[in-house]
Write a protein that binds this ligand. Sequence first.
Ligand code: KIV
Ligand code: ZN
Length: 521
Amino acid sequence: MADRVYIFDTTLRDGEQAPGFSMTTEEKLQMAHQLARLGVDIIEAGFAIASKGDFEAVNRIAKEVKGPVICSLARALEQDIEVAAKALEPAERKRIHTFIATSEIHMKYKLRMDPNQVLERAVSAVRFARRFTDDVEFSCEDATRSDRDFMFKVIEEVIKAGATVINIPDTVGYAVPEEFAQLIEDIVNNVPNIDKVILSVHCHDDLGMAVANSLMAVKHGARQVECTVNGIGERAGNAALEEIVMALKVRKDFFGGLETNINTKELYKTSRLLCRITGSFVPPNKAVVGDNAFAHESGIHQHGVLSHRLTYEIMNPEDVGFPPSRRIVLGKHSGRHAIKKKLEELGVSYTQEDLERIYSKLKDLADKKKDIYDEDVEALVYQEFMKIEEEEPVKVIHFQVQSGDNLMPTATVKILFKGEERTATATGNGPVDATINALKNALGIKPKLLDYSIKALTPNTDAQAEARVVLDLEGVRASGRGVDTDIIKASVSAFVDALNRALMRKEYILQREKIRQQGTV
Ligand code: KIV
Ligand code: ZN
């Protein structure tokens, strides 16, 4: 049994699959580079056959990201495996992850296959995948609701067929820690060739036990944990990478000294990068990376921590890369160095050209506001790097608003929607409402606004405002973000950002659905 735990990151596959978390190829690449810096062992870069976008993302990550093993998911179908192998071709180290459900309910109602057919399909898929790489992972989907003896048989046979990693997913987040630990122990004791592979777990968080289940599995023999940054993923999400890693580090005594390859100082940065890319922020009380994770409010706690940090802190904030508090970083005449430092701090890959572009924007901002804070530089960097890029269906050309204490707020907008120029006017309760209404009129579609918030990033009335929008477009949820010294501009950017993500996600879901209908899953 390996004496360390392999971290398999599936943020870009299972995480990205969740509503509101879709990413463009460029964004996935940024994230993958950061995951490599974080030190994950395996990056599951996507489900290559699911869509053109998935294929491209897996392929570019395979080409450009060095260090971790790059993996693509594939159903237990030759066509899926072939496409995964093709996407992974440029990778230095590649893994094909193939899966099929082994629970009665999935076999009967979803696959419409009997257990013998499933066993045969699993074995032939693994054998086929081994033609392309000697690193093949097999997952028994819905393992925790599968008949044990049948699943043990499947595992034994796929190992004989060449699987090198066996993954046990709690697909529907049904397991409880003691029971899951027992399942892992039973696999270790009943599958005769299990010592030939790495045993892995993949837990969902429907009952809030994904991290606990994963950790108990490690305690009982699992040596790979599949997880996502901030715990994003289908429904309630997957096990949170940062929580798994810090639990193993802080409670090394309990977990038998097992180590991971993770550079924990990169955890906060990785979490923030994902938040900025997806526009979905973690709650302030989120373990390890939440804004309040190391904040001590009560007098007793503050006194305790000041006397001796360990009275109320089990982790050192610096160990997870928690940033020092807000500070003024530069005035009008300094800049490149601060931007460079910020780009490096945030884990963003950049060229000299990017640096110059951001520097020129920073100078424009310095003309508008007196002091530039750390948060301003960060917002600018994210704005420049986290844009959806060329394919944006909606672009704002121009907008104008009239408002005052005796005026009905009225806005006019001119936009490009899928290449067509459109203009519209509307009134509203306030200038932001009027502008959003005008946008909706111009678009001819009516997304439902689920959430809208705006806050100043720094003190003073000349501060930049950060607007966040969550909307629903015919059942597709997406979030967006905009930053500007003008609150209406920030709001419009956030709305359009969310709308573009929703439109692109709709397109992506359509494509994925088409593929699904052709297969068995
Ligand atoms: O949750 C699950 O079962 C999965 C598998 C494809 C590993 O994501
Ligand atoms: Zn999953």
